[in-house]
Design a protein. Structure first.
Length: 136
């Protein structure tokens, strides 16, 4: 795994851990707990424009989300699975830092579910949204 991907994943893990603590104290919804790895000690990748690219991904499809990918629209391939070894259960959410360090705001999302369905959403502006909902 490249250093950039490892650092980006560490940022997502840190955001997920913070989300879990916040959800436990302020909201009844359950966030996915993610184990902190050694990579989390690295500084997270962050664009220099100061824009927030953290997005709470909600799953209300009725199925468990097995994998989630977010790739800048300028890329022709999917980045690594941001859920890693974890899953996002139905009626759950998780905060993900979609910042890849390039300054991009437009990303394509791909979610894979236990029912075999893959849902792709193109041109999601992560600089302008705080929540993204997967529904039926």
């Amino acid at each position: 795994m490249s250093l950039r991907k490892m650092v980006a994943r560490a940022a997502i893990i840190l955001a997920a851990v913070a989300s879990t603590a916040t959800a436990a104290t302020s909201a009844p919804e359950r966030a996915v707990a993610v184990a902190v790895t050694a990579a989390a000690a690295s500084a997270p990748v962050q664009s220099r424009d100061g824009r927030n690219r953290r997005v709470r991904v909600h799953n209300t499809t009725g199925w468990t989300m097995l994998r989630f990918y977010a790739s800048s629209t300028s890329r022709s391939d999917w980045e690594e699975d941001l859920l890693g070894d974890d899953v996002l259960a139905n009626n759950s959410s998780i905060v993900m830092n979609i910042d890849d360090g390039t300054g991009a705001c437009l990303f394509d999302f791909k979610a894979e579910f236990t029912n075999g369905q893959n849902l792709i959403r193109n041109n999601v502006n992560v600089c302008e949204i705080a929540d993204y909902h997967y529904t039926r």
